[in-house]
Design a protein around this ligand. Structure first.
Ligand SMILES: C[C@@]1(CC(=O)O)C2=NC(=C\c3[nH]c(c(CCC(=O)O)c3CC(=O)O)Cc3[nH]c(c(CC(=O)O)c3CCC(=O)O)/C=C3\N/C(=C\2)[C@@H](CCC(=O)O)[C@]3(C)CC(=O)O)/[C@H]1CCC(=O)O
Ligand SMILES: NC(=O)c1ccc[n+]([C@@H]2O[C@H](COP(=O)([O-])OP(=O)(O)OC[C@H]3O[C@@H](n4cnc5c(N)ncnc54)[C@H](O)[C@@H]3O)[C@@H](O)[C@H]2O)c1
Length: 151
C-alpha cells in the first residue's frame, strides 16, 4: 500500500487547481464541501466553474511561483509534462500536490466518497483501479441509504 487514508483539515486553507476542464470540475465538486478558499488557474476555464462566484479565477497559463501561499495544489491540465513540472515546483514550497495525469508523482490521491451529513465513506484502490472504487462506493451508498446501519 502506498496511500494512507487520512482526514485533512481544509478549513481556511487555500487550494489551487491548475487546469479548468472536466477533471478540475470534478475535484471542485468535492473540495467546495470543505473549503471556499479555492483558486482555479488556466487560460480556458469551463463555464460551470466560472459560474461559481466563490471561486477565484486566474485566467492565464501557469508560471513558476504561482504555488506560493497555497496549502494544497491539484495539477489537472491536459499537458502531462506541465503537470509533472508543477509537482516539482510544489517540492520547493512544501505544499501538498496531486497530479491528475500521473498520480505517483504527487503527495495524495482522491478517493470515491459517499456523503450523508457529517458521515462519509471514502473508497480507494491505492490508485490502482478507480472504476472498482466507484463501484464499491455506489454499492456502499445503496446499502447505507436503505438504512441498515441506522440506530
Ligand atoms: C474516485 C475519483 C475521485 C476524484 O477524482 O475526486 C477518482 N477518479 C474519479 C473519476 C474518473 N477517473 C477516471 C475517469 C475516466 C474513466 C473512463 O475511462 O471511463 C473518471 C470518470 C470521469 O472522469 O467521469 C480515469 C483516471 N483516473 C486516474 C487516471 C490516471 C491514472 O490512473 O494514471 C485516469 C486515467 C486518465 C487518462 O485518461 O489519462 C487517476 C485517479 N483517479 C482517482 C480518483 C485516484 C485513484 C482513486 C483510487 O484509489 O481508486 C487517482 C489515482 C488520482 C486522483 O485523481 O486523485 C473520481 C470518481 C468520481 C465519482 O464518481 O465520485
Ligand atoms: N485523475 C483522474 O481522475 C483523471 C481522469 C481523467 C483524466 N485525467 C487527466 O487529467 C488531465 C486533465 O483532463 P481534463 O479532461 O480535465 O482536460 P480538459 O481538456 O477538460 O482541460 C484541460 C485544462 O488544462 C488547461 N491548461 C492547458 N495548458 C495550461 C497551462 N499552461 N496552464 C494552466 N492551465 C492549462 C486548459 O486551459 C483546460 O482548462 C489530463 O492530463 C488527463 O489525462 C485524470
Amino acid at each position: 500500500m502506498q496511500y494512507l487514508p487520512i482526514g485533512i483539515n481544509l478549513a481556511g486553507k487555500k487550494v489551487l487547481i491548475i487546469g479548468g476542464g472536466r477533471v478540475a470540475l470534478r475535484k471542485i465538486e468535492t473540495l467546495e464541501l470543505y473549503t471556499r478558499e479555492l483558486w482555479v488557474l488556466a487560460p480556458s476555464i469551463r463555464d460551470d466553474i466560472r459560474n461559481r462566484s466563490w471561486i477565484n479565477l486566474i485566467e492565464r497559463e501557469y508560471q513558476r511561483g504561482d504555488l506560493a501561499g497555497f496549502f494544497m495544489v491539484i495539477a489537472a491540465t491536459d499537458n502531462k509534462a506541465l503537470n509533472l513540472a508543477i509537482a516539482e515546483d510544489a517540492r520547493q514550497c512544501a505544499c501538498l500536490v496531486s497530479v491528475a495525469s500521473d498520480p505517483g508523482a504527487g503527495d495524495f490521491i482522491s478517493p470515491a466518497i459517499y456523503f450523508d451529513g457529517n458521515m462519509s465513506v471514502a473508497v480507494s484502490s491505492d490508485g490502482l483501479d478507480v472504476k472498482k472504487s466507484v463501484r464499491w462506493r455506489d454499492k456502499i451508498s445503496r446499502i447505507l441509504s436503505e438504512g441498515f446501519l441506522d440506530n
